[in-house]
Design a protein around this ligand. Structure first.
Ligand SMILES: [Zn+2]
Length: 169
């Protein structure tokens, strides 16, 4: 009995230390626990369009801070993405998709059921987490999903190593 209690105490301590060291990454548990999303609901998100490329961007309630310059950031990132891959269509290929920004990790059919980005052509959605655990910056998987949309990155990720120089993840 005593050993079990001790083990439990150690586990609890270890967990609380882990959580504490991640405090600067935002709300650790919110980002880690996958959220169940309704693609249908995401499709209905009110959206704004980015000034340069006209990408539709819908933000799930409280997923991103307001007036955070998100639309400009997305344009800026697409310019860099295009230059890196030599894309010259001014975003046409990706412009049918609604970029749905969600809070954190969500459930999906890939990556053992936990995703921070998903290219969902069936629903014409590009779903991206605003922040992802252990990944830098905001919308860390956006370039990765654009690469899927452009057919540059294969759906099975066989060529991920080659495209990573332009997509980071
Ligand atoms: Zn992928």
């Amino acid at each position: 009995m005593k050993r079990t209690h001790l083990a439990r105490l150690i586990v609890t301590l270890a967990l609380s230390l882990t959580a504490a060291s991640c405090a600067n990454m935002g709300r650790f548990t919110d980002i880690m626990n996958p959220e169940e999303l309704s693609r249908e609901e995401l499709r209905k998100l009110p959206y704004e369009t980015t000034p340069r490329y006209g990408f539709m961007v819908g933000v799930a309630p409280n997923a991103a801070p307001e007036n955070g310059g998100l639309l400009e950031e997305i344009d800026f990132r697409f310019t860099a993405f295009s230059e890196c891959f030599g894309i010259t269509d001014e975003g046409k290929e990706a412009s049918d998709y609604l970029i749905a920004v969600v809070h954190g990790t969500f459930t999906c059919v890939y990556h053992r059921g936990r995703c921070n980005g998903e290219y969902d052509p069936g629903n014409t959605l590009i779903i991206v987490s605003y922040k992802a655990f252990n990944r830098k910056g905001i919308l860390p998987l956006l370039e990765h999903e654009w690469a899927h949309a452009y057919g540059i990155l294969s759906s099975g990720h066989e060529n991920l190593d080659e495209v990573k120089k332009c997509t980071r993840y």
